[in-house]
Design a protein around this ligand. Structure first.
Ligand code: NIG
Ligand code: FE
Length: 407
């Protein structure tokens, strides 16, 4: 062996999410990394020498569980204020749509974000990112969409990037200009769509602030033609697309995002069989968001059986946002996917690792395999299903991003 590994974990249960075993499990496993990449992943017995000679640091986990670092592939975690008042209103019978149509909902967070300085936005958002990290997240997607004008959208995206720099978590940014119609454009929808497509998106993309483009295709959001326009522009700029689709009604949005080879269609409670087929053909990931289902007290379940039958990869995310999903734990989202959607713990955990990586277009992480980035979560439990079973609690022992200690 030419180079010693940086770190070697021994006597671990490795849930690799690769291979044919349930959870890709390797018992009595060893995992090592060097230069930020996984260098060894297999049974302890296959190590090419004595642990102390192989690596700088050796940690005996005594049967403890190791998984890929968790990936939250759908959040709106940069925002100001909160909407606990709307929670109260919904409990008294008001619907999410009625609150939005009456001038609350997304645009009320827009008011708070527009008033916030970049520093304030960062200060309010950092604890949310820290909460996700404390529960095992190593990669997080963060959307804009509460600015709805150039400067405020830029501030949101800059704060998202800065969270990655300051906290050490890997951040992927998504521009969602078509999230809601800002009040100053209430009599001029086409003008706003033009502004998003012709000014905001190209400028922010040129500044390197945009990794992907999303939209809210819904009765209270934007229609298919408006969504298509922003997808066309994203396509021209070489940016991948994804979509908030079929959350409150069936707008056939999943088929639209599939038509553009989209990374993912997200929410999907009202997804039709033809939408499932379109996603399967395009390789578009289904991102299910049980936090929003729970908080809105939805009853219509996403079509799990059809997604399974057509082999659409299913990811799970927090959708962390102030309106529909103030959920600060991705592990909890996976647990909810089991309890509310009847997914198996294995499906739910694949949904926050390997399939979540795919939903972000990232092929360098999401599994434990040699050559992948050393994004690792080490847990205080032994059975992978426990990650879905325990509701809350400090289960994470440590995490690493590209081999660097994160939590
Ligand atoms: O994913 N549905 C659109 N966007 C968010 C909600 C945003 C909000 O209400 O602030 C969602 O549920
Ligand atoms: Fe969302």
């Amino acid at each position: 062996m030419t180079q010693r590994w940086d770190t070697l974990l021994v006597n671990a249960r490795l849930a690799t999410f690769a291979g044919s075993e349930p959870y890709g499990l390797i018992e009595h496993g060893a995992l090592a990394w060097a230069g930020g990449r996984i260098a060894f992943c297999g049974p302890v017995g296959d190590l090419p020498g004595r642990p102390m000679e192989l690596a700088e640091h050796v940690l005996d986990l005594d049967g403890g569980l190791v998984t890929p670092g968790l990936i939250d592939c759908h959040t709106h975690l940069v925002f100001a204020g909160n909407r606990a008042n709307e929670f109260d209103m919904r409990l008294k019978g008001a619907s999410y749509e009625a609150i939005a149509r009456a001038g609350g909902g997304i645009v009320s967070t827009v008011r708070a974000v527009r008033e916030a300085t970049e520093a304030r936005l960062f200060a309010q958002s950092a604890p949310r990112a820290r909460a996700l990290i404390a529960d095992g997240v190593t990669t997080v997607e963060i959307k804009s969409g509460y600015g709805l004008e150039l400067q405020a959208e830029r501030r949101m995206l800059r704060v998202a990037r800065e969270l990655g720099v300051q906290l050490g978590v890997c951040v992927r940014t998504t521009f969602i200009g078509l999230h809601a119609l800002p009040t100053e454009h209430k009599d001029d929808r086409p003008g706003y769509v033009d502004k998003v497509c012709d000014e905001m998106l190209p400028l922010l993309a040129a500044e390197g602030l945009v990794d992907a483009v999303d939209a809210f295709c819904e009765g209270i959001g934007f229609d298919r033609e408006e969504t298509r326009r922003v997808f066309e522009r994203a396509h021209a700029l070489g940016l991948p697309v994804k979509l908030h689709a079929e959350q409150l009604s069936d707008m056939d949005g999943a088929a639209l995002v599939a038509e553009y080879g989209g990374l993912s269609a997200d929410h999907l409670e009202h997804l039709s069989e033809s939408g499932v087929r379109a996603m399967a053909e395009a390789g578009t990931v289904a991102v299910l968001l049980p936090g929003a289902f729970y908080a809105l007290r939805e009853t219509k379940l996403p079509p799990l059986d059809a997604l399974r039958e057509h082999r659409v990869p299913i990811a799970i995310a927090t959708d962390l946002n102030p309106g529909t999903s103030p959920l600060l734990s991705l592990r909890m989202a996976a647990g909810m996917a089991c309890t509310l959607f009847r997914m198996t713990p294995e499906e739910a955990l694949a949904g926050i690792t390997v399939h979540a990586a795919r939903a972000l277009g990232l092929s360098d992480r999401g599994t434990l395999e040699p050559g992948k980035r050393a994004d690792i979560a080490v847990w205080n439990v032994q059975d992978p299903a426990e990650l879905c079973y325990w509701i809350g609690g400090p289960l994470l022992r440590q995490s690493h991003v590209a081999g660097r200690r994160l939590a």
